[in-house]
Ligand binder design. Structure first.
Ligand code: TYM
Length: 335
């Protein structure tokens, strides 16, 4: 990928629907800062997506700025990549409308995240929740990226995006670049600390470690982490029989850059009493500088505003080029 004249493009986003958690960080986010050196990168805050579930307006505004500050604190230098807020670039919603007409009802009905969220929010199964993957496809296709770095749970949505792009191209020629999902080997599915059969998410707060948690809270959550009821109480990576321990190994490996085998060797013969606090400590040390820098940046609202304004301007320019091409292809009269 190096040595090419034009850089390949990467794009990804996170919803500011709550606090950023360890799964968001260890899965995709921690890898993004390395990518900004080699790729032309777009990272956005997917605020349009959040309202598929009811949000408290003041919280959403605060969380959006908090997420932006965390992006920068994690190493996403706004001078080297484009950081923007999705709702500031109106082309996302516009392309989503067009692509809605190229996405099948059956395809959307098969999305596992829709089925999960519809079950969780049975009182509010709105049309946005159903067509959400089309908005996500638009987020992606507007910037014609080569890669979309996400966690495992978003793979199905990126695949749908590819299908929609291929369908559109099949009708109109080579208009939209068909991207590849980019999923890290370690950390792609971090599980809940207290329910290791489900992924870590904001909807299960007790088993969720947040990036801005205080060190003592992180330590406590890891001490209480579920390990297993197995009689063989050793630190061994066996996701089938020991999902809780496998999850902790994955977290430790993702936080320290060690392989699973190295983690097993390090804790050989040591038991869970030593292992769980060590994982907590590794996470605390990984997150400490991010928390401190996020807190510092959050005090500088003028700086954050300058970042998201400049980001929206750059993103709109690219997004508009794609949208114009699409409008022309489908036969809309040019403005
Ligand atoms: P979201 O906000 O739910 O999650 C943000 C990113 O974190 C990953 N992730 C995890 N990775 C590992 N373990 C976990 N437990 C875990 N939980 C979440 C997600 O896979 C994701 O990469 N639809 C997206 C946001 C989005 C987007 C896009 C992403 C909107 N448009 C375009 C990429 C491209 C979402 O809800 O992610």
């Amino acid at each position: 990928m190096e040595g090419q004249e034009t850089k390949k493009v990467m794009l990804s986003g996170i919803q500011p629907s709550g606090k950023l958690h360890l799964g968001n960080y260890l899965g995709p986010l921690q890898h993004w800062p390395r990518m900004i050196e080699d790729f032309d990168c777009y990272f956005f805050l997917a605020d349009l997506h959040t309202i598929t579930v009811r949000q408290e307006p003041a919280d959403l505004r605060r969380q959006t700025l908090e997420l932006l500050a965390s992006y920068i604190a994690c190493g996403l230098d706004p001078e080297k990549c484009t950081l923007f807020i999705q709702s500031h670039v109106h082309q996302h919603a516009e392309l989503a409308w067009v692509l809605n007409c190229y996405t099948m009802f059956g395809e959307l009905s098969r999305m596992t995240q829709f089925k999960d969220k519809a079950a969780k929010h049975a009182e509010n199964v709105n049309a946005g929740l159903f067509t959400y993957p089309v908005l996500m496809a638009s987020d992606i296709l507007l910037y014609q990226p080569d890669y979309v770095p996400v966690g495992d749970d978003q793979k199905q949505h990126v695949e749908l995006c590819r299908d929609v792009a291929n369908r559109f191209n099949g009708v109109y020629g080579d208009v939209l670049r068909v991207p590849e999902p980019y999923i890290a080997k370690v950390g792609a599915r971090i599980r809940s600390l207290n329910m290791p059969d489900t992924k870590m998410s904001k909807s299960i707060p007790e088993g969720c470690v947040y990036l801005l948690d205080r060190p003592e809270d992180i330590a406590r959550k890891f001490k209480r982490a579920v390990t297993d009821s197995d009689t063989e109480r050793c630190v061994r990576y066996d996701p089938e029989r020991k999902p809780g321990v496998a999850n902790l190994i994955q977290i430790y490996a993702a936080a320290t850059g060690k392989t699973y085998e190295e983690v097993e060797q390090e804790f050989d013969g040591k038991g869970y009493g030593a292992f769980k606090p060590a994982v907590g400590e590794a996470v605390i040390e990984t997150l400490r500088p991010i928390r401190e820098e996020t807190e510092r940046l959050l005090k500088d609202k003028a700086y954050l505003e300058s970042v998201y304004r400049a980001g929206a301007e750059k993103a709109s320019y690219i997004a508009e080029k794609t949208l114009r091409k699409v409008y022309k292809k489908v036969g809309f009269v040019q403005r």
